[in-house]
Design a protein around this ligand. Structure first.
Ligand code: 16G
Ligand code: ZN
Length: 533
């Protein structure tokens, strides 16, 4: 590859249009789509360099998730389906911000630093959401890949978790599955059908769910699931506007439901009906229902996590196999969920900083690591050792038939789960499997514990970075004295808890508060917010 092409391409077709620097953050690059052309081109270059360095396929997803439709974004997917390694984020930032004429120098710099063999043939897997801006951004991205003689493989419109799955499958030489959309559906649907058995309604469990696709890729893909699931899971599907109708994430979808704690538009209100909303790239899901008095009840990521962890623990006990199970949360997890899972279910909980990569990373330390952010992003990861142990035990003569049945179920459950990253539809299949097996409706699920009232407020400050934190963002280390002030405010309220952290995606500071009553919670949030101004 001649670096000269890189500059020529950049100058002629993808010139840098923005003066202001942008930063590769928790969600990659995300901004107005109109500002992203040259950034995409450069991420194409970087993806090829990363792929050559890792000698593996790298993924690039074009999406702005739950953001409004005019936004877009890009994130890189590492060889095992994880988010781009943190130490490379600064390279991404550098690539995005240098002048066109400096691009070749930056490429030389990274090639030297990592001793990258530029003759390797590499493939870059590309996926995009349904935004109207995505096809042209994908074109810019591919030009970047081609400029360094990489081979772009375009998967078209897919969910973020599908792309993560393809990358993992390819790099494990199909050990994780077949790296195609068809391969993905077959794996999940086959496992789901096996777990469901013949009886579709069971106890309080009714085989009907209302699904809000947020007018995005989650709508397109649920249709394929519906076809393949047939009667086995009855999904009634809403918010299915096609590409470019301008309604993506608008007053609907997982982020809207979670942050406003209210029912989305476009879904008919039926009392006590189990409903679920996914976000714009289908990597987040929340459940909810409206009761007889028309009160809205939210079942967020914490609820999903506790349901899954408790079920896996029970099932594990039935297998008679000893594996360690842990739950990973962030500071945003409702205090009631943490108390329930540690005290009642006796599952150990770890708390990490916000952002999927932190949760995923921590979860890998367990045989079975369940992780969820309160906002509905999460999954379960299983260690290879755990999988091997289960498979071995299935063949063992020391195991009873009942134990073997449980082991088989456990192994099938693993196949319903997209371990590579949080996957809204896979998570839904898992939740539906658990509720069905227990004969539970949402109300039975909700009865496990009662959420503490909680509130999240945004504070606009001159420089969000004056706030620094430690201990998984629960303690603030600067400005001096702020944590002491928070401590004394929190101490005034029963079950009070509050923390402040600079946002990783917006130029603001977030304040979280919870307490025994709604009034106390609102007051505590306001008092802490005042200290931040
Ligand atoms: C990003 C993260 C999400 C996190 C959010 C917090 C990924 C893929 N996404 O969207 O997990 O909850 O940032 O945003 O890691 P904040 O820093 O603005 O509060
Ligand atoms: Zn998302």
């Amino acid at each position: 590859a001649s670096f000269r092409t890189v500059y020529a391409f950049a100058r002629e077709m993808h010139p840098k249009t923005e003066k202001a620097d942008i930063q590769y953050g928790t969600a990659g690059f995300r901004t107005k789509a109109s500002k992203l052309g040259y950034v995409m081109y450069r991420m194409g270059l970087l993806a090829v360099l990363r792929a050559r360095y890792k000698k593996a396929v790298i993924g690039v997803m074009i999406t702005a998730s739950h953001n409004p439709e005019p936004d877009n974004g890009v994130k890189l997917v590492d060889p095992h389906g994880e988010m781009l390694e943190q130490s490379w984020e600064k390279w991404a930032t550098k690539f995005a911000n240098v002048g066109d004429d400096q691009l070749e120098d930056v490429i030389k710099e990274i090639v030297n630093e990592f001793n990258i063999d530029m003759t390797n043939r590499v493939e870059i897997f590309i996926g995009k959401d349904t935004r109207p801006s995505s096809p042209s951004l994908a074109k810019s991205l591919m030009d970047g890949v081609l400029a360094l003689s990489g081979k772009p493989v375009d998967f078209g419109i897919v969910t973020t978790p599908q792309l993560h799955y393809f990358v993992t499958c390819k790099n494990t030489r199909h050990a994780y599955g077949v790296p195609t959309e068809v391969g993905y559906y077959i794996k999940l649907v086959t496992a789901f059908k096996k777990l469901r058995g013949e009886e579709y309604n069971k106890g309080n469990y009714k085989n009907l769910i209302f699904y809000d696709g947020a007018n995005g890729v989650g709508s397109k893909k649920i249709k394929i699931f519906q076809e393949q699931l047939g009667e086995c899971l009855n999904v009634r599907h809403f918010n299915d506007a096609g590409i470019g109708t301008g309604k993506l994430n608008f007053m609907c979808g997982a982020d809207y439901v979670k942050s406003t704690q209210s029912f989305p538009t476009g879904v008919p209100v039926e009392k006590n009906r189990r409903c679920a909303s996914v976000d714009g790239d289908a990597d987040r899901i929340v459940y909810y229902y409206v009761d007889d008095e028309e009160n809205f009840h939210l079942m967020d990521g914490d609820r999903i996590a506790t349901l899954i962890a408790s079920y896996l623990k029970e099932l594990l006990q039935k297998t008679g196999i000893d594996l360690n199970l842990g739950l990973i949360q962030t500071a945003y997890a409702n205090g009631a969920s943490t108390e329930y899972i540690t005290k009642q279910l006796k599952v150990p909980v770890a708390c990490v900083s916000t952002g999927v990569k932190h949760l995923h990373h921590k979860a890998l330390e367990y045989d079975i690591g369940v992780y969820f952010e309160a906002n509905g992003h999460g999954t379960v990861v299983f260690s290879q050792a755990a999988k091997d142990k289960l498979k071995e035990a299935l063949k063992s003569e020391d195991k009873s038939e009942t134990e073997k049945k449980a082991i088989e179920r456990f192994l099938t459950l693993i196949d319903v789960i997209n371990e590579t990253v949080g996957d809204a539809i896979s998570d839904m299949l898992l939740v539906e499997t658990i509720l069905h097996d227990k004969g539970w409706d949402v109300k039975d699920w909700e009865a496990a514990y009662t959420d503490l009232p909680n509130k999240l407020v945004k504070v606009v400050v001159e420089d969000r970075n004056v706030i620094t934190t430690t201990n998984a963002e629960r303690i603030c280390t600067s400005p001096n004295g702020l944590q002491d002030e928070i401590n004394s405010l929190v101490a005034k309220y029963s079950k009070g808890r509050s923390f402040v952290r600079p946002s990783g995606t917006e130029d603001i500071v977030r304040v979280y508060a919870e307490a025994a009553t709604k009034e106390d919670t609102d007051r505590l949030a306001a008092e802490v917010a005042k200290k931040v101004y």
